[in-house]
Design a protein around this ligand. Structure first.
Ligand SMILES: Cc1cc2nc3c(=O)[nH]c(=O)nc-3n(C[C@H](O)[C@H](O)[C@H](O)COP(=O)(O)OP(=O)(O)OC[C@H]3O[C@@H](n4cnc5c(N)ncnc54)[C@H](O)[C@@H]3O)c2cc1C
Ligand code: HEM
Length: 410
């Protein structure tokens, strides 16, 4: 419990901690991996090297310290973190490790000004946040276990189908080794694949790319140049291979709503949108709800799932689709290959043409960061409400600079 005095200390030192937050988290990770090498395997070392995880942790700690009186203000952040933690298998016993190393990093980076009182106040704040996260994570683990086909920890699956979707995306259909029966999850959720490779354990998230309720799970993986797990999957994993997978998690999920649904994606960001599309076509989720599927690909070679989306449009009157190629081949331009409806990048014109003045929609956006920056800014300019705009990163949350016009009250 944070005392009133400790809260004052936190408020007074917050500007200093905020200004040094990235230095603190940069000091924290190497220190923790040296003192507690057993937690190294939970962390994606690519995110460590790119610095994205460091920034995400720093932002979360600062956001929490700013909202000590109003923890509801960080509920979205808590949901994002706890879903990610549960997917990776983070447990209560890991929290003292992070707490000890975070405080040691604060003491080291702020050594000129730090006192026992300051450290004790930040220690109490960490303890309170840890308690909140542990509590929510326990609930998530329990409800994931209670769902149809649910489980906790990494469980064995067998690949029963491997299917190329484009030059760079391959789908893997996975069946649990120990059970039959429908597996429940919310469309848009992801699993973590846990794989030993070259003396290290890798954990990578993959969104489920089909509707829930089947006896199998489906992931679709883009081959990343120089990427460890994606190349292993493309090159070494075949029908009959075993994979270890954690239960579906994630908060970028399809909300039940009657509002038109706009699924706006680029590249392999299409995967959760496919799950949402397939689920939304199920009467359980919608009846007569308009669905606009807008997808941006480089060209026909990299464009996956085109036929599946076209078939959904043909079979369901309420579904429309648009494909936009940014780097078309000559054959794409001549209409000999691919399914492009337009060429270039996503612009305001596409919103106007396909949404026809509709702004009261539920919008889901996923793709590479520059695409998300552009798409979310266009959506804001077009007038789609912020609370009806949902997005996810295929990595730690990164800052986007979206400017929203302030509308004057009538
Ligand atoms: C919620 C979520 C859902 C996801 N869903 C999907 C999905 O449906 N399909 C999918 O394909 N992916 C998805 N991803 C991404 C996926 O988890 C992996 O990040 C991706 O497959 C790459 O993993 P890898 O091991 O192949 O690459 P890594 O080895 O992690 O490398 C990734 C890239 O970074 C480069 N790199 C490595 N180190 C550095 C460095 N120090 N500096 C600069 N560049 C570096 C590599 O060359 C490579 O291009 C998702 C991620 C998240 C967080
Ligand atoms: C109060 C304590 C903690 C806070 C505030 C916190 C915060 C965060 C945040 C903000 C993210 C990024 C979420 C995203 O954008 O995807 C994250 C991811 C993660 N956290 Fe925590 N965390 C805490 C405790 C822990 C503990 C105890 C562990 C276990 C050792 C842990 C391990 C991880 C891992 C492995 C990831 C994913 C990293 C990656 O993608 O490389 N965290 N956490």
């Amino acid at each position: 419990m944070i005392t009133a005095q400790q809260k004052q200390v936190i408020d007074a030192t917050l500007p200093l901690v905020e200004a040094n937050a990235v230095n603190i988290t940069s000091c924290f990770y190497p220190l923790m991996f040296e003192r507690y090498p057993q937690v190294l395997e939970f962390f994606n070392q690519t995110n460590q090297q790119k610095g994205t995880q460091r920034q995400a942790l720093a932002n979360a700690v600062v956001a929490y310290a700013k909202h000590l009186d109003d923890l509801g203000g960080i509920s979205d952040t808590v949901r994002l973190i706890t879903q990610k933690h549960c997917s990776l298998g983070i447990l209560p016993e890991h929290y003292p490790i992070v707490g000890e190393c975070l405080l040691a990093a604060i003491a080291e980076v702020l050594s000129d000004v730090i006192s026992d009182d300051i450290l004790a106040a930040w220690g109490a704040a960490y303890g309170q946040l840890a308690e909140i996260l542990i509590g929510v994570e326990e609930e998530v683990y329990q409800s994931n276990q209670l769902r149809s086909g649910g489980w906790k920890g990494a469980k064995g699956f067998k690949v029963i189908e491997k299917r190329p979707e484009s030059d760079e995306i391959t789908t893997f259909v996975l069946k649990p080794i120990d059970q039959n029966g429908p597996i429940d999850y919310t469309p848009g959720q992801y699993i973590t694949l846990v794989q030993s490779l070259n003396d290290q354990v890798l954990r990578r998230n993959y969104s489920l790319s089909d509707a829930p309720g089947k006896e199998t799970l489906q992931i679709s993986v883009k081959r990343e140049e120089g990427g460890l797990l994606s190349n292993f999957l493309h090159n070494e994993v075949n029908v009959g291979s075993g994979l270890m997978i954690t239960a579906p998690c994630g908060d970028f999920t399809l909300h039940q709503s009657a509002k038109p649904l706009v699924l706006l994606t680029a590249g392999v960001g299409i995967t959760p949108a496919l799950s949402m599309l397939n689920a939304a076509l199920d009467d359980h989720y919608i009846e007569g709800r308009d669905i606009h599927f807008i997808h941006c690909a480089r060209n026909s070679s990299s464009h996956g799932f085109a036929k599946q989306v076209i078939q959904a449009s043909l079979a369901h009157q309420q579904v429309s689709h648009t494909f936009i190629y940014s780097h078309p081949s000559k054959d794409d331009l001549d209409g000999l290959t691919g399914h492009a409806d337009d060429f270039g990048f996503l612009t305001a014109r596409h919103f106007e043409k396909h949404l026809k003045q509709m702004v009261d929609v539920e919008l889901y956006v996923l793709g590479p960061k520059p695409f998300m920056q552009n798409a979310l800014q266009l959506a804001a300019d077009y007038g789609i409400p912020e609370n009806q705009t949902h997005f996810e990163f295929f990595g730690p949350l990164e800052a986007l600079n979206i400017e929203r016009k302030i509308t004057e009250a009538a």
